[in-house]
Design a binder for this molecule. Structure first.
Ligand SMILES: [Zn+2]
Length: 341
């Protein structure tokens, strides 16, 4: 399966604000580490530059009122009534270019879905995507636009059956809600229990409704689960359900806030557990749209998604982070020179 890497340096043009945990710079850091490890050439044909989505594309899922507010807030000035849509100080700040950022991320995920569906690529990886908490009419959990939902909707409109697999530390609530009554989309989320972590949902009893009954699967884990439980829970729950559903495409959210040094969650996972899951998703996917997600220790993000990209290409990543990379990007604070934990 040929893999495509959807990327633009424009991703890192945006900032949620200096104190905010979500740092778009982590995307550039990832791309640079992948290149430094020899897993992409400087002018590699596998790199596809995303085209921003159009306003209308967002309306496939989001309400016109909410999109209107996002667009009007693009200057970075908070408007009266913004808080109704979840915008304002805290998780979802109003920052300059926030609508442009949303269009770019959504466009990148729509492009990934199209590349895979058209057969141009077997796998497409959009590290900027996976913003799984956004709801139809409000921002939530650092997510303004729900790019996984938009990508899945594109595939469903083309008649595809889609399995969505979310391994972020947080429950993929926005995606689950969008397809809760659908039997065309199987959503599976493995996450830290809502008893201890945002957004406080994702319990086993949430299984879908109407035609969608049985098509939402939740696997909550206790804090400090570690690799062993993380892998065991996934191995038991996932392959039989995916095989029974027989998807045409898998869309996955590969958040890495599950890692032991992540400042926001507590799952205590390492690169080994993460890579085991990524390999399993690959083995189950006839076609694969891979998205990024959470990850608030930027060094984990760069290392984990570099390893994921190697798996997607069936190549071995090196053990050591190249000194050239460390020299150039040592600022973000790499703890050592090893790619794996
Ligand atoms: Zn998360």
């Amino acid at each position: 399966m040929k893999a495509a890497f959807i990327y633009s340096d424009d991703f890192s043009r945006f900032s949620y604000g200096s104190g905010h945990p979500l740092k778009p710079f982590r995307l550039k850091l990832t791309y640079e580490l992948i290149k430094a490890c020899g897993l992409l050439a400087p002018d590699d044909p596998r790199v596809i530059v995303p085209v921003p989505a159009k306003r209308e594309d967002l309306l496939a899922f989001h309400s016109a009122e909410y999109i209107g507010m996002l667009e009007a807030s693009n200057s970075g000035k908070e408007l009266p009534g913004a808080t109704v849509y979840g915008l304002g100080e805290g998780d979802n700040p109003v920052f300059p270019g926030m609508f442009d950022w949303s269009l770019l991320v959504a466009g990148a995920s729509l492009m990934a879905a199209d590349l895979v569906d058209s057969g141009e690529a077997g796998i497409a990886f959009n590290i900027s995507g996976g913003l799984h908490h956004a709801q139809a009419n409000r921002a939530s959990g650092f997510c303004y636009i729900n790019d996984p939902v938009l990508a899945i909707m594109l595939l469903v409109r083309r008649g595809r059956r889609v399995a969505y697999i979310d391994i972020d530390a947080h429950h993929g609530d926005g995606v689950q809600a969008a397809f809760y009554d659908s039997d065309r989309v199987l959503t599976i989320s493995l996450h830290e229990t809502g008893q201890t972590l945002f957004p406080g949902t994702g319990f086993e009893r949430e299984t879908g409704e109407g035609k969608g009954k049985g098509y939402s699967v939740n696997i909550p884990l206790p804090p400090e689960a570690g690799d062993e439980l993380f892998v065991k829970a996934f191995t038991e729950a996932l392959p039989p359900r995916v095989e029974r559903f027989r998807p045409d495409v898998i869309v996955s959210q590969l958040g890495v806030d599950t890692f032991r040094s992540d400042p926001l969650a507590h799952l205590n996972v390492t690169t080994e557990g993460f890579c085991t899951l990524v390999r399993m998703i690959k083995s189950l996917a006839p076609k694969w749209v891979a998205l990024g997600g959470g990850g608030y220790d930027t060094t984990n993000v760069a290392r984990a998604w570099t390893l994921a990209w190697a798996i997607m290409n069936d190549v071995q990543a090196p053990d050591e982070i190249p000194p050239s990379f460390l020299k150039q990007f040592v600022g973000p604070g790499f703890p050592g020179n090893k790619l794996r934990d």
